[in-house]
Ligand binder design. Structure first.
Ligand code: 2HA
Ligand code: ZN
Length: 274
């Protein structure tokens, strides 16, 4: 029995590979983090190393003090995670102050956590608050159809949420709160991390203009499913816009949206309804 036999590590690897198979992770694009449960840390602890090098993150999340995260590695390719997990992914521990990490497993050969770790970390912090600790997964992918939409639609939550809700009937049920939008920013640092975490206070998904999507959720199925649903809706939106040359003959109306919400027992964000 090794750490790669632990269920949560296997689920993490599988999720990376699923994203690769979807075509969302060219080269080193995208990143995934998971906040581990106590019993999962216990299962993995026999395989931990004791390295006392702490790296400052430039952001602080006091509510994540002492937590352990599974993370993809900076510059690592999702395509290789299934073949070389020990060097492509790792586990980091957060310090008491909630502002630095150290590697306790994996990321072999001098690798580091994802370049977007500050964004992931701040998103974990605000989603932890927003969901009473239920949120465990933050997933960033380069979803091509959603990226394309950021060139043709105004960069507002209102425009994106309505376009996506109306692109497939299940959408309002899957993301009733809607999606947030972050304008174009330089990736990888504290500024985009703070801007994204502001948006994530209200939404479990945040569009990064001309870049991709951040999704959050309690487990891999729900979070991957959210990414998949939004990207598929974006694909339909683009098919409709290109095949119809911008003309729409009919669509899902606001009354239809309200009827779906009633039938499925979800509360739609009124800000996005007319
Ligand atoms: O290359 O996706 O946002 C990793 C990224 C940066
Ligand atoms: Zn990216």
């Amino acid at each position: 029995m090794g750490i790669l036999d632990v269920k949560i590590v296997q689920d993490f690897i599988r999720t990376c590979n699923d994203g690769w198979l979807q075509g969302w992770h060219e080269r080193n694009g995208g990143n995934l983090t998971y906040r581990m449960k106590e019993e999962e840390v216990k299962e993995c602890r026999p395989f931990f190393q004791d390295d006392d090098t702490w790296t400052d993150m430039g952001v602080t999340g006091e509510n994540l003090s002492g937590e352990f995260f599974l993370t993809t590695g900076s510059g690592k390719f999702f395509r290789n995670v299934i073949l070389e997990p020990e060097s492509s992914i790792g586990i980091v521990e957060i310090n008491k102050a909630g502002n630095a990490w150290r590697i306790v497993w994996g990321l072999k050969g001098g690798a580091k956590p994802t370049s977007e770790f500050p964004s992931h970390f701040m998103n974990h912090s605000v989603r932890y608050e927003a969901t009473n600790g239920a949120c465990r997964v933050i997933y960033h992918a380069h979803t091509p159809n959603l990226i394309a939409m950021t060139y043709t639609l105004p960069l507002t939550s209102y425009d994106f949420t309505r376009a996506l809700w109306k692109s497939a009937t299940e959408c309002p049920v899957v993301f009733p709160d809607g999606v947030g939008v972050v304008p174009w920013m330089v990736p990888g640092g504290a500024d985009i991390a703070l801007a994204t975490s502001e948006v994530m206070k209200k939404f479990d998904a945040a569009v990064w203009a001309h870049h991709g999507l951040f999704c959050s959720g309690p487990d891999f199925d729900i979070t991957f499913g959210l990414m998949h649903t939004i990207e598929k809706a974006a694909q339909i939106y683009n098919f409709v816009m290109s095949s119809g040359q911008g003309q729409i003959r009919q669509t899902i109306t606001d009354a239809n949206l309200r009827a779906i919400a009633k039938e499925f027992g979800v509360v739609l964000n009124e800000e996005f309804l007319e």
